[in-house]
Write a protein that binds this ligand. Structure first.
Ligand code: FMN
Length: 190
């Protein structure tokens, strides 16, 4: 059975650094025999969570907000692996990424938790020199906490410094790691 890998892009830059990392993961996953679907969050109508708490009620049927997130919930459920790619904005994940993550609250509820045991990966780029000065550490910590809360498996966390779109390609080691992560998500090793 072909594995299904879902990638969400959290940068407004379609050809930016985090998108480049995601492209390499997708390439590796496809080479490994997986089916890959990529979603550009910035082009979707995804509202912030309204804290109505309807999703938390017994027998709840997901999120009450009728927007483009509704098309992502079944994709998340079906996926054998989920990859989140984001730039670091103001020392954390981009707003697009955070809004998407908040809305995952609706499908992470106890017995209806669609993330339990699911491999998840984080891809990030930042302009500063290192993960500390850039604030990437905060995003990494958020991702780790999210996976712990959801009972998801951390399949990988890849990140590197790059300011202008495309600069990340100079980091050959990181490019290779992204490709290998894709292969691993597909279930084959490099
Ligand atoms: C609004 C905004 C906020 C940013 N905040 C940070 C930051 O806090 N730390 C950092 O190291 N870089 C920051 N950057 C730089 C980006 O993280 C960097 O350019 C990154 O590679 C962009 O990824 P992308 O090409 O995938 O969009 C910021 C850029 C923008 C536009």
């Amino acid at each position: 059975m072909k594995k299904k890998i879902m990638i969400v892009l959290g940068s407004p830059r379609k050809k930016g650094n985090s998108a480049k990392l995601a492209e390499l993961v997708a390439k590796g996953a496809k080479e490994g025999g997986a089916k890959v679907e990529t979603f550009y969050l910035n082009g979707m109508n995804i509202k912030p969570c309204q804290a109505c708490m309807k999703c938390q009620k017994e027998n709840a049927r997901g999120c009450a907000i009728r927007d483009d997130m509704q098309s992502l919930y079944p994709k998340l459920k079906e996926a054998d692996g989920v990859v989140i790619a984001s730039p670091v904005y103001w020392f954390n994940l981009s707003a697009q990424t955070k809004t998407f993550i908040d809305r995952c609250f609706a499908v992470g509820v106890e017995e209806r938790n669609i993330f339990k045991g699911k491999p998840m990966a984080l891809l990030m780029s930042y302009g500063d020199m290192d993960p500390f000065g850039s604030g990437a550490v905060n995003a990494i910590r958020s991702f780790q906490d999210m996976c712990r809360y959801l009972g998801a498996e951390i399949a990988g966390m890849l990140y590197g410094s790059a300011m202008e779109a495309g600069d990340i390609e100079k980091n050959r080691g990181l490019m290779k790691e992204a490709h290998q992560l894709g292969l691993a998500l597909a279930g084959s090793q490099s």
